[in-house]
Design a protein around this ligand. Sequence first.
Ligand code: ZN
Ligand code: CU
Length: 479
Amino acid sequence: MHYELLIRGGTVIDGTRAARFEADVGVQGDRIAAVGDLAAASAERVVDATGQIVAPGFIDSHTHDDRALLAQADMSFKVSQGVTTVVAGNCGISAAPLRPDMELPMPLNLLDVPHGERFTTFRAYLDALRRAPAAVNVAALVGHSTLRAVTMGALEREATQKEVAAMRGLLEEALDAGAIGLSSGTFYPPAAKATTEEIIEVGRPLSGTRGLYVTHMRDESSRVMEALAETFRIGRELGVTVVVSHHKVQNRPNFGRSRETLPFIRETMRRQKVCLDCYPYTAGSTMIRTDRGMLDGRVLIASSEPHPQCAGRDLDDIAREWGVPEAEAARRLQPGTAIYFLMDEDDVRRILAFDETMIGSDGIPVGDMPHPRLWGTFPRVLGHYARDVALFPLETAVWKMTGLTARNFGLTGRGTLAEGQHADLVVFDAATIRDAATYEHPTRAADGIRSVIVNGSVAWQQGRHTGARSGQVITRQPA
Ligand code: ZN
Ligand code: CU
C-alpha cells in the first residue's frame, strides 16, 4: 500500500480510554486509511513516531476563538498544544450575529471584533471560515448574550415577548446554518437579568435538533447548587443536552464544595444528559469586574484599555502605587481583563478527575499577557496532572480531550483514532510533554508536542508551524 502520510513506529492511544497499543497510522487525503502494522507500506511523507504516543487531535471543548480563527488563523496557541478542533461561541458570547454599527458591551468585546468585520448572520460567519480556513477545525455555538445585544436596546432587564421571538428567530437562523447549539452567560451583566423562562423560550428551536445548551452559569460561588438546578431545568424543559462550562466552585467559603456539586451532577446524569468541562488551573480569567467577590483573592491584570502598561501586574501593587483602594484601581483599569485566583487546588483536581469531565481551555486570545491556559491547558493535563500528579492514566487524559468531547458535542468522525475517521492527529512524547506557559510568561509553546496533523495536513512539526490551514467547519448533525 502507498499512503500520502505514514506515522510509523508509535504507540496509539485511540481516544476511547482503551489501553495503548503499537501501530502505524496511514493517512489518505483527509482521512485515516489504516491503523496497524504497515511495515510493508510506502508513503509520500513519513513521520517517525518511535517512542512517541500517537493520539487523536485534541478537541478544546471551551474556547473564545471565534474571531481569532479569522484574525490569527494559524492558531499557534492551540496547534502548538496538539489541539485540532475548537468549540467556539461560549459563555453567551459569539462573533455572530452582530450589527456593524453596534458598540459591544463587556464581555462581548473580549472577542475583539472590529466594526468593519462583523457578520450579521451566523451563516455569513461560517462561510467566512470556509473561505479562509484556520489551522484548526471549528464547531460554533451562538451566544445568548450576543442575541440579547443585537435585539434589545437596554440589557438591564428581562426581554419582552417580542424580543424573545426575535432572538428565537436568530437562533433558528444559526441552527439552520450549522451552529451546534446555544451558549449562555447569565453570570455576566448583559444577561444577568435574563430569567430562566427567557432562556427556555429563546432556546425552543433547540428541541429536537441535537443542539446543545452550554452555559457559564449564573453563579459558581455561594449559589452554585441553585445555578446547577437552573441549568438542569432548562435542559429538561427543552429536552436537550446541557454542558456546564468550566465547572468550578470559587471564593474561599466555597472551597471543598465540589464534594456537593459533583454528586448532584452525577445523580442528575441518570435522568438527563449533562456534560461538563474544566481547565487545569486554580485561577480563572475574564473581564475586570469589582462585584461578586471577584477581588477576594490575588488579581493579576491581563489587559487594560486605558492603562495597557499595567498588563502583567498585580492589582494590589497598582492600587498601592496609585494610592487608592483596589476596587477603585480596578474601576480605573476597565475595560480590560484580569486573572483571578479564586479556586482551591483540591476542587480543581476533584473536578478534573471526575470521569465525565472534558478538558476545555477557556483561553482568551487577546493581548500579550493572557492566562497561561491559552497556551498550556492540554500539555498541562497530560504532563502535570496525568504523569506527574498521577491523577488519572494517560489514556483517560486523552479521552477527556478527544473521544468524550466528540461524543458529547456530536462531532461525528472525530475524537477517536480509527480507520475512516478524519485524520486529526497528534504525536507527543509522554515523558517530556509539559506546559511551558506561566503567569509570568504566558505565551510559551509547550514542550513535547512533535507533530500535529489536521485533516491529513501537517500543521505543526518540530516546534514550528508549517503554515498549513486545513481546518474545516463542523456543523451540527441532523437529528
Ligand atoms: Zn465563562
Ligand atoms: Cu468562557
